[in-house]
Design a protein around this ligand. Structure first.
Ligand SMILES: *Cc1c(COP(=O)(O)O)cnc(C)c1O
Ligand SMILES: [Zn+2]
Length: 609
């Protein structure tokens, strides 16, 4: 084994430590540690030829990591990620070049693998019996993967509600996942206690991880033929990654491999802008009580490497800026659509920032920019869907597809992107003509008369319970009316219903029906209120109905937040010939939505007969 060629040092009080004393934070003041190398030693070990010519990979830079025993290295062939020259962005923004470093191409889909390589190797060197860590999800998955490979048990503490992609990954790699009913910061505190108590190796945004993540800088330099960009834009969570990238650039600068350094631009979201606040107000970083952002990977209320990254940004003459969640989601879509790169919302922050910087003329024309896209989109597909139209579900007929295209159903969904919550009115429009105008303005479609009346009726029905109309509500109503089969004759209609629900009794329902011109009432019980109503309808038409149908599936979806939420009910039914249709109904009342779904499904099935 080589003699030690590095030591650990506190970034604030400059106290030196040996790794046997601490591998996390300064024992004196609690701030971050840094690895201080004897660069003369590193230089004598470096193989300059392979450094310049060998294919890219994080392992290629092993001499720049504080690893003592190369036999212990745990690698999944991380790094070597592509640097794309974007075809559209540079032209659009009148910049010289805009590059995307696609860190989603790492083994677990995130740059963190570069850090985990070093961290888990160090854990092995130090004979760890188990690893534990807190994570907002990505580090959990990354550490889990490497710990499994090293055959060390791995405990991860994640906040409840961690994106499903990250959770399923961690579990698949065999981590012992504990979801904590609190924030990331609370998880971090618990992980620390857990490590101390059980003598586990505490992984996290600490000194060894940072060393591994430097390789992003080395790779970018090499991919740009040893000419660093003018700007490098990167999201900030704990600040570990951007400070690692800065360290990588500085090392190459000091070794004389490059002759300039990029300006760093750190990006956070408005709901979690600790560093941006400190930067713009020129004050120390403050702990936020609460953070609120869809970018879960950066949702940190007190960044562990805050000072380090703030100093790096200042030293580079860069800046820290924040963008909104919506801007992040829009940038995520922009990347997908314009450059065919799918990132998670946090990974889109650099582009959101670039959009803003260009608009505010805060970035010099004709400069070159590298955007670090930190993580792949499959990690958190649910949040991407928040701002995307749900794909339509159609019955398997070409006429259905034609109708979808003709009616421009896609337009309605796309029009909803930004202002779902806008209140369109507090009083129902006076007539259907006025409604038609509103629909034209909001969704850019000319609603044909056959649908207009239906929509107007549904709105009046809706407004009996809910007085104000949000744009999202109107969208559901219009869309459902369009999706409905205009050709289906309304043979079955529920005119009224009455429910009797008691705590300890089966609910009972009575309904007033119009079925094939005949009006009558019927009753039934059920295990729940919806079941009772449906049974009452079925009872009523029993003997009169010739479809001989059965219910195949019942599905409720809550589309808006709150107890006054609008629910969408879908009921799938099948007739004796095997025809299947799905009726859907939308209302703030789940019973009404279910009745609508049932009767629509029935009427379409009847028309198909
Ligand atoms: C961890 C993470 C970040 C934030 O990196 P820090 O080192 O905590 O600043 C950004 N994006 C993604 C996808 C991440 O997983
Ligand atoms: Zn210190």
């Amino acid at each position: 084994m080589p003699t030690k060629f590095y030591k650990l040092q506190c970034v604030s009080c400059k106290t030196d430590f040996d790794e046997s004393q601490t591998v996390t934070t300064c024992l004196n003041c609690g701030d971050s540690l840094d690895v201080i190398y004897d660069y003369n030693r590193i230089k004598t070990r470096l193989n300059n030829f392979s450094l310049r010519k060998a294919p890219l990979s994080a392992m290629k830079y092993a001499d720049f990591y504080p690893i003592m025993d190369f036999e212990k290295i745990v690698t999944l062939k991380e790094g070597g990620t592509p640097l794309y020259t974007t075809s559209n962005l540079a032209k659009k923004y009148k910049l010289k070049d805009v590059y995307v470093k696609n860190e989603g191409a790492n083994p677990t889909g995130v740059f963190k693998d570069r850090g985990t390589l070093v961290e888990i190797t160090k854990a092995l060197e130090m004979n760890a019996k188990a690893i534990c860590l807190a994570s907002s999800g990505n580090m959990a998955a990354s550490a889990a993967a490497y710990a499994s490979l090293a055959r060390i048990p791995c405990y991860v503490l994640v906040p409840e509600g961690t994106p499903i992609g990250k959770l399923s990954q961690s579990l698949t790699y065999g981590a012992r996942v504990l979801q904590i009913r609190d924030t990331y910061s609370v998880c971090a505190k618990l992980a620390e206690e857990m490590a101390k108590k059980h003598k586990f190796y505490l992984a996290g945004d600490y000194v060894f991880r940072r060393e591994g993540q430097k390789s992003q800088a080395y790779e970018i330099i090499e991919q740009l033929y040893w000419k660093p960009p003018d700007y490098l834009i990167c999201p900030i969570g704990c600040g570990t990654n951007l400070s690692a990238i800065w360290k990588g650039f500085k090392e190459y600068f000091e070794l004389g491999f490059i002759d300039k350094l990029p300006k760093l631009i750190g990006v956070q979201t408005e709901g979690c802008a600790t560093i941006v606040e400190a930067f713009s107000k020129k004050q120390p970083i403050k702990r936020w009580d609460k953070v609120n952002t869809i970018c879960s990977a950066i949702a940190v209320n007190f960044p562990l490497d805050g000072n380090l990254v703030l100093n790096a940004i200042k030293e580079s003459k860069g800046m820290a800026i924040s963008v909104s969640d919506l801007e992040a989601l829009e940038a995520e879509q922009q990347l997908g659509k314009e450059e065919s790169i799918f990132v998670e919302p946090s990974g889109a922050l650099p582009l959101a920032a670039l959009n803003k910087l260009v608009k505010d003329k805060k970035i010099d024309n004709n400069s070159s920019v590298v955007l670090v896209m930190t993580g792949v989109g499959l990690k958190d597909p649910i949040s991407a869907l928040k701002n995307l139209p749900d794909p339509a579900v159609l019955d398997p007929e070409i006429e259905e597809i034609d109708r979808y295209i003709d009616l421009k159903l896609y337009n309605i969904r796309s029009a909803l992107m930004n202002n779902k919550e806008d209140i369109l009115w507090k009083k129902v429009p006076s007539d259907s003509k006025e409604l038609q105008k509103i629909i034209k303005k909001e969704f850019n479609i000319d609603l044909q008369n056959i649908y207009l009346q239906k929509v107007y009726d549904n709105i009046k029905e809706f407004s009996e319970k809910n007085t104000q109309m949000r744009k999202a509500d109107l969208q559901y109503i219009v869309e459902n009316a369009l999706k409905e089969h205009a050709f289906a004759e309304e043979v079955l209609k529920v005119l009224d219903f009455h429910l009797n629900v008691q705590m300890h009794d089966k609910p009972s329902a009575s309904v007033k029906l119009r079925f094939k011109e005949e009006i009558f009432e019927s009753e039934a019980n059920g295990v729940g209120p919806v079941d009772a109503i449906i049974n009452a309808i079925k009872n009523g038409i029993k003997g009169k109905d010739s479809l001989n149908f059965s219910l195949v599936d019942y599905n409720v979806e809550i589309d808006t937040p709150g107890t006054d939420a609008v629910v969408e009910v879908r009921i799938k039914m099948r007739d004796k010939f095997g025809n299947e249709v799905t009726g859907s109904g939308t209302s703030p009342d789940v019973i009404v939505a279910s009745i609508n779904a049932f009767t629509r499904g029935y009427n379409v099935l009847n028309a198909r007969k």
